[in-house]
Design a protein around this ligand. Structure first.
Ligand code: SF4
Length: 383
């Protein structure tokens, strides 16, 4: 499709039959329980964390925890991160004439989304997510939202993933191609991709490929996928998920940050390296939520409020006419993950691919001075 210049497909629901619902009563009962949980939980309720500041609310929180990677994972904290925080962004959106909050999907109660613009409402960009702001911002030593917005806009135009692009620019910076913090030069790298120059063709292949091209060994990736916005040295559970999820380094696959940092879904000590069980349970539950069609952000509420979780299962039963219970969630999650693991095995992946890059085990991260000290057998215990 890309080679034919196809940019998008519009699906027009006019006259379509809609979704068949096997049991309307059970479905409505289920979604009412989900609605109640979402409107009660501090993270998801109207005026709550996600609704007020979007996912970027995490910048200050993870920076405070010393786990916000700076300049290609060379430090876990920087006071300038406040400039690109969710709080600073919400102010700038108000001033510049953007939109916040906004629902990216009709009927969403949480409404974490937004429209970022330049002053005067110009050049709108879809939501500047926490991950994107981190990847294109502090991971590249860039601490202003205007530049992050421009880089994000370029990624959207070109169809490149913001996390992978940020990791790639940071690795290129580490390799000496441009300096950390060089905003204009970073934007020029996006032009290289746009113009399909030889350099652009290297960069667009991602951080692992770029690391090889420039002789950089400090490349944050698992199974070829660049790391998201949490350093696994001071927050070990998320590192266990990066290492073991069949997806490659994917924070959403088992979001251990919830219990380790936010106290959501229980509490876990972020420094405790025994995290196989926590990561596994989260990965199984996430596989089910992702398959249900619900936005993953409902997880914050339903991990804490049992009726919300029941509501998710009931709404699925209402649509499908099944009689699943909450106890079926880990069983179905395991079936999904087993399918993914079987795919990976057939593609040649083994347990040696369930490891983080060496420098996370060897280099201490400031300011916590932690390394990733989760033993291999703990990683192998996950699945
Ligand atoms: S559907 Fe999910 S991502 Fe979209 S606005 Fe709602 S909570 Fe945010």
């Amino acid at each position: 499709m890309a080679s034919k210049g196809l940019k998008f497909i519009v699906v027009d629901a006019t006259g379509a039959p809609g979704v068949e619902i096997a049991n309307e009563e059970i479905f409505k009962q289920g979604i009412e329980k989900v609605r109640k949980a979402l409107t009660a939980h501090d993270v998801t309720k109207p005026g709550g964390a996600l609704n007020s500041y979007g996912t970027d609310v995490l910048i200050n929180i993870i920076n405070e925890a010393g786990g916000l990677p700076q300049r290609n994972f060379s430090s876990g904290q920087d006071e300038r991160a406040a400039n690109i925080s969710g709080e600073a962004k919400a102010e700038a959106i108000k001033k510049n004439g953007g939109v916040r909050p906004h629902a990216c999907s009709p009927g969403c109660i949480i409404r974490c989304s937004e429209v970022w613009t330049k002053p005067g409402g110009k050049d709108p960009v879809g939501v500047l997510e926490y991950e994107s702001v981190w990847a294109l911002g502090c991971n590249c030593g860039i601490y202003d939202l205007e530049t992050v917005g421009e880089l994000n806009r370029a990624c959207n135009d070109l169809g490149t993933d913001t996390i992978e692009t940020g990791d790639t620019i940071a690795v290129a910076m580490e390799g000496g191609l441009i300096e950390f913090g060089a905003k204009d030069d970073a934007l020029k790298l996006m032009d290289e991709i746009r113009n399909k120059t030889p350099l652009g063709r290297i960069l667009v292949n991602g951080c692992v490929f770029t690391g090889k091209a420039f002789g950089v060994t400090r490349v944050p990736a698992v199974k070829g996928q660049g790391f998201p916005a949490y350093d696994p040295r001071p927050i070990k559970g998320i590192g266990v998920t990066y290492a073991t999820t069949p997806m490659g380094a994917d924070h959403t696959a088992g979001y251990a940050i919830a219990p380790e940092i936010m106290g959501v879904g229980g509490k876990a000590d972020p420094r405790d390296p025994k995290k196989a069980e926590l990561s596994r349970n989260l990965q199984l539950a996430t596989a089910v939520i992702d398959s249900s069609g619900y936005c993953l952000f409902i997880a914050f509420a339903i991990l804490d409020i049992p009726e919300g979780l029941e509501g998710v299962v009931e709404s699925v039963n209402g649509v499908l006419g099944t009689s699943l219970t909450v106890n079926d969630i880990p069983i179905i999650g395991k079936q999904i993950i087993d399918t993914e693991l079987a795919f990976n095995k057939a593609a040649g992946f083994t347990s040696i691919h369930d490891r983080l890059p060496e420098f996370f085990y060897e280099e201490k991260l400031e300011p916590t001075n932690e390394v990733f000290n989760v033993p291999d057998d703990e990683l192998d215990k996950v699945f």
